[in-house]
Design a protein around this ligand. Structure first.
Ligand code: ADQ
Length: 483
């Protein structure tokens, strides 16, 4: 049977330094969960970076790590400090990330970073070429590796290549700004199948291909120099059962067994029957609309004094890309806004915003999902947004309301949420009021539909469908050649 290899910037393990060497820690993120099921089933390798700067490792340490990872079917791509700076923090996160999220004012056009991006992409491709044999399939992930599909295809045309973009693909008018737009598209077009979260991103991509390369496009098939390439949308799901079951089990724990956070949340609700929690969870990233969200909450407090003392916004922000200037500025702005709201509306018994600048253990995350009345999800742009799906999966009693940005890919699957424009503070303040006063029957009806839909298209289903589509494109290409 043909193998299926995964290529992603990071491997599904991170390394922890111990006295006697490095220990592997399994990642629990969405991508790792979904992909592990796939590459182990098809006997392939996972090619990626271990997360450790290779300058810090002696050759002996490096060999030992490679060996340990190989036992888990992982092949490492070493990256030096300079490469991490220029390829990862540089071109990936300061050029492609802001551009693809429509933050054109933040885009850095460093030719040095671009050269390193090309070189590192080639290194990833070379590792793939070492392990992939004719007839195998390779699934490349995300914006750090846009050039890899073509780098594989040009050397091994009999390897079937799939590519999935986890972030938006922007409109042509934004994409065209990039000096290296032709090269990036050429890189992506090395794939036989290109996957996006939603149809809008696929449409933007096809439009850029048509305008920049002039290829004929029939529905979602690109006819490129005697090859057929397919684009399609695959909305990524979550491990629904994991959230559902953890949520049920944490809520069944006895009072003594409960976590500190759980006990604190219960105390909060016990002080008054009409207390409410609003939850906000993201990486601290400028695309997530966190300052706008805080301003909208402040507006809500201004407009609805009857909720003072009764509503708390729990805001979790995971530290992210802290070396990049825009992220440092964002952190400062968020700190100040939280201080301002708490200073204005708080008192000795009441803190309107509980702000946690850290990652939470999984169980605590699920407790918060389970015990919050409203999920406030307002990104300015977001490829998908898995937090919305995780909230749905964790709602054991089917209550809870989602206030959701129309700019998140997930909004396309969540017509039952209250959909808002993330810039419109008044609209969000009104949506919060509506969510907090929504009758329980209506909440249950909406949440019931959401649960049914999100449960059906889990991360496993998503991965399975992509792999099936990759097989299908192989067949279409064969038929095309026979004609
Ligand atoms: P992200 O931008 O990282 O992903 P998202 O999809 O929301 O965004 O995933 C964030 C993940 O981090 C969630 O699984 C969430 O549970 C977890 N998380 C957030 N805050 C946390 C905290 N304080 N503690 C612990 N865990 C926390 C990118 C794209 C998205 C796309 C995904 C998948 O930007 O649009 O949905 O990839 O394709």
């Amino acid at each position: 049977m043909s193998k299926l290899h995964i290529v992603a910037n990071r491997l599904p393990y991170s390394l922890k330094k111990e006295a006697d060497g490095y220990e592997l820690i399994e990642s629990v993120g969405g991508l790792a969960t979904g992909m592990k099921s796939v590459y182990t089933e098809y006997g392939g390798k996972w090619i990626g970076w271990s997360g450790v700067n290779s300058d810090e490792l002696s050759p002996k340490e490096s060999d030992a790590i490679d060996q340990k990872l190989l036992e888990k079917s992982c092949v490492t791509v070493p990256l030096s400090e300079q490469e991490i700076l220029e390829y990862y923090e540089g071109f990936s996160n300061k050029t492609v990330w802001p551009l693809f999220h429509y933050f054109t004012q933040y885009v850095d056009y460093s030719p040095v970073n671009w050269e390193t991006y090309k070189r590192v992409n080639q290194r990833f491709a070379d590792r793939v070429l070492e392990v992939a044999e004719d007839g195998d399939r390779v699934w490349v992930h995300d914006y750090q590796l846009l050039l890899v599909p073509e780098m594989i295809k040009s050397k091994k045309p009999n390897v079937t290549v799939g590519f999935f973009l986890h972030i938006p693909f922007p409109s042509y008018e934004v994409f065209r700004i990039l000096p290296w737009r032709m090269e990036l598209l050429k890189g992506m077009l090395g794939a036989d199948l290109l996957g996006f979260h939603i149809y809008d991103y696929e449409r933007h991509f096809l439009s850029s291909v048509r305008r920049l390369y002039g290829y004929e496009i029939a529905f979602n098939e690109i006819h490129a120099d005697n090859r057929i390439i397919k684009a399609d949308s695959f909305p990524m799901g979550i491990d629904y059962a994991k959230f559902k079951n953890t949520s049920a089990s944490v809520m069944q724990k006895t009072i003594q067994e409960r976590s500190e956070l759980h006990k604190e949340l219960e105390k909060y609700f016990m002080t008054s029957p009409d207390r409410r929690l609003i939850l906000s969870i993201d990486r601290l990233d400028y695309t997530k609309g966190i300052p706008q969200r805080l301003k909208a909450f402040r507006k809500f407090m201004e407009k609805y004094p009857e909720f003072h003392g009764k509503v708390t916004l729990v805001m979790l922000a995971v530290p992210s890309r802290g070396q990049v200037e825009e992220y440092m500025m964002l952190k400062k702005e968020v700190d100040e806004l939280v201080g301002n709201i708490n200073g204005t509306y708080g008192n000795i018994n009441y803190t309107p915003v509980w702000y946690f600048y850290r990652a939470m253990p999984f169980e605590n995350l699920v407790e918060l999902y389970n015990m919050s009345d409203v999920a406030l999800i307002t990104p300015l742009r977001d490829g998908m947004n898995l937090v919305a799906k995780e909230y749905v999966a964790s709602r054991g009693n089917q209550t809870g309301v989602i206030v959701l940005s129309e700019m998140a890919g997930v909004a396309k699957e969540m017509g039952e949420a209250i959909i808002i424009n993330p810039i419109n503070e008044d609209e969000i303040a009104e949506a919060l009021h509506r969510a907090l006063t929504m009758p329980l029957d209506e909440q249950k009806q909406r949440m019931g539909y959401l649960q049914e839909r999100i449960q059906r298209y889990s991360v496993y289903k998503w991965a399975g469908e992509f792999v099936d589509a990759l097989e299908n494109v192989k067949r279409i290409q064969k038929e095309f050649l026979v004609k």
